[in-house]
Unconditional design. Structure first.
Length: 123
């Protein structure tokens, strides 16, 4: 998984791109910026290809330990669905996750739409 900050404050969590750093380390760097951001992801829970159970556990613990920082800094989250609509149970789970972490979730078709929405949400 890669936490791509090149277009900060639009931050892309890319499940299908490898990074030498654990997701929790990358997320710590992101939160260390201490600035609000929009998190854009190209996957949803259960769709973490190539991730070991230990990596998933590490990332889950990170989110649990950093709930207050995430609530403060992550303005919104956007899920890129592509040609497949996110199943309703996953949408409900993400909305619950969003309430826990103080961020709302939006669902869009592609990266272009995600970037446009992210920019609007930041203004």
């Amino acid at each position: 998984m890669l936490i791509d900050q090149i277009r900060f404050p639009l931050v892309f969590m890319r499940a299908h791109v490898h990074s030498d750093l654990p997701a929790s380390t990358q997320l710590n760097v992101l939160l260390g910026r201490n600035a609000r951001f929009i998190l854009i992801t190209d996957h949803f829970p259960g769709d973490e290809h190539g991730e070991t159970p230990e990596e998933r556990k590490d990332r889950a613990l990170f989110f649990k330990r950093n709930k207050d920082r995430l609530r403060k800094l992550c303005a919104r989250s956007i899920v890129i669905e592509g040609d497949k609509t996110t199943p309703m149970p996953i949408r409900v789970a993400l909305q619950t996750f969003g309430k826990t972490f103080g961020t709302g979730f939006f669902f869009v078709h592609d990266e272009v739409e995600a970037i446009e929405l992210g920019r609007r949400l930041l203004t």
